[in-house]
Ligand binder design. Structure first.
Ligand SMILES: N[C@@H](CCC(=O)N[C@@H](CS)C(=O)NCC(=O)O)C(=O)O
Length: 239
């Protein structure tokens, strides 16, 4: 029997979805517990994650109810650390290749996702970064994708794909709905840019990842849109 694994998550959180994707792709049994980010349970910070953020997993210890976490389980936070943890638990899942060069490529892709997608894209959503810098980040990521390749790295779904896919889904929302604290219309402008032939390799990769059953099983678009509408309340007028 494997040790118990509980994932504390929120459906709108891209970082949480990374872990759900990796667990599903590894066929790993786990319990999921939704944390209300606007009204966190009082035990969450004291017993699970002092940073108060999702995702976090508890591993091992007694098989308790998620809302009564045991002090005897290990608590592991930070999505990219948890992705590696899932790989360590399921080394034969293919989530990290055996070949050392491909393993390095996967880790480089994850690092690039943080620097070139997560940082500029979420700053852009808050009106703190230009859409040009989002496109620069996408260009960097596109440069890592192999011509004719299916996955981010090698010929198998890896934690590199799990890491970037939730952000690709949120990027699609922004380009289709124009939701965000950037000037009105800039989300659609990003959409126009991404339709140019220059970005076709990246966009085909996006399409493949968003078609995957593990993605569809873990994604609730309506909830993400509702969340975006709730947090992006003030809009600047296009200059
Ligand atoms: N660097 C962290 C980011 C996690 C994060 O920012 N989680 C957000 C949800 S997307 C959260 O829990 N926010 C609640 C809060 O900060 O109070 C990771 O990769 O896990």
């Amino acid at each position: 029997m494997p040790e118990q694994l509980t994932l504390y998550l929120n459906k709108v959180s891209p970082y949480s979805q990374k872990i759900e994707l990796a667990l599903l792709e590894a066929n790993a049994p786990y319990k999921g517990y939704q944390v209300d980010l606007f009204n966190k349970p009082e035990w969450f910070a004291s017993k699970v994650n002092p940073a108060g953020k999702v995702p976090v997993v508890t591993y091992g210890g007694p098989d308790v109810d998620p809302d009564d976490p045991s002090p005897l389980s290990a608590k592991i936070a930070e999505s990219n650390v948890i992705l590696e943890f899932v790989v360590d638990l399921y080394p034969d899942s293919g989530l990290l290749p055996k070949d050392p060069v491909l393993r390095a490529n996967v880790r480089f892709f994850i690092d690039a996702t943080t620097k070139h997608i997560e940082v500029p894209f979420y700053a852009f959503l808050q009106g703190l970064e230009s859409y040009e810098n989002v496109l620069k980040g996408i260009e960097f990521i596109q440069g890592l994708l192999k011509e004719g390749g299916y996955f981010a790295v090698g010929d198998h779904y890896t934690i590199a794909d799990a890491c970037i896919t939730p952000h690709l889904a949120r990027l699609r929302i922004v380009t289709k709905t124009d939701l965000g604290n950037f000037p009105v219309g800039v989300g659609y402008k990003l959409d126009d840019e991404l339709k140019r032939p220059k970005f076709s390799k990246f966009m085909k990769y996006v399409e493949r990842m968003l078609e995957r059953p593990s993605f569809k099983q873990t994604y609730d678009e309506e909830s993400v849109i509702t969340f975006f509408k709730r947090i992006f309340t003030k809009r600047m007028q296009a200059s």
